[in-house]
Design a protein around this ligand. Structure first.
Ligand code: ATP
Ligand code: MG
Length: 201
């Protein structure tokens, strides 16, 4: 009985210490600005996370935009839903790059989508802009890294931006406020299971 009381007391003291530390950190975080987030890595969940954030912002009545690189010709559940809620989509309409194998056409398509994204990144009526799969455009050289860094750096102060895709360039990682890496432990595709509507797109 005495033992249990001691345990309870120690638990209470420990929790109080945690609370004091967390409160101090919350108090210290006073800066208010739009965030630049990157969701990268090889595991599944990058675009899901980006669109989840857009849904969250839309739920607060915020204005959002999405630039979709690579996957334009796919039926897209998020787009079907979010366009109906006033989210502006700029979609690269060429499908997978490894299907087209035409660098000039891919570059033109990427540039056209990027031009629309730059408009959103310069428009202070947008609260959150998702640039889905943008990392590949930089890796393939379809969009200049410097242009991306410039557009994100010069965006309106309260605007948040999310970039998704594998292999995010280190200049983007340096510029970002929050970077998460999704690590694959296993993926259904490796067991020969087909991608599923509603889960994978
Ligand atoms: P999601 O859109 O499901 O969040 P993602 O954005 O993290 O996935 P992408 O590389 O954009 O990953 O992949 C898109 C498609 O590839 C999805 O159908 C997803 O299930 C699949 N995928 C993601 N990660 C893996 C993986 N490690 N192995 C095989 N397929 C994957
Ligand atoms: Mg993705």
């Amino acid at each position: 009985m005495v033992d249990q009381t001691n345990k309870d007391e120690r638990y209470k003291a420990r929790q109080q210490k945690v609370k004091t530390e967390v409160d101090a950190r919350v108090e210290a975080a006073q800066e208010e600005k739009g965030l630049f987030l990157i969701i990268t890595g090889n595991g599944k969940g990058k675009s899901t996370s980006g669109f989840g954030t857009i849904a969250r912002a839309v739920g607060h009545g915020q204005k959002c935009g999405v630039g979709q690189f690579i996957k334009g010709t796919w039926d897209c559940g998020e787009r079907n839903l979010l366009e109906g809620h006033g989210v502006n989509f700029a979609v690269m309409a060429t499908g997978f790059t490894w299907e087209t194998q035409n660098k000039a056409a891919d570059t033109a398509a990427a540039q056209a989508t990027w031009a629309e994204c730059k408009k959103m990144l310069a428009d202070n009526s947008y609260d959150v802009v998702l640039l889905d799969e943008l990392t590949y455009m930089v890796t393939y050289g379809y969009i200049e890294l410097d242009e991306v860094v410039e557009a994100i750096s010069n965006r309106p102060a309260m605007q948040s931006v999310i970039v998704t895709g594998r292999g995010a360039h280190r200049s983007l990682i340096e510029l970002a406020d929050t970077v998460s890496e999704v690590r694959s432990i296993k993926h259904a595709f490796e067991s020969g299971i087909k991608a599923r509507k509603g889960v994978d797109w």
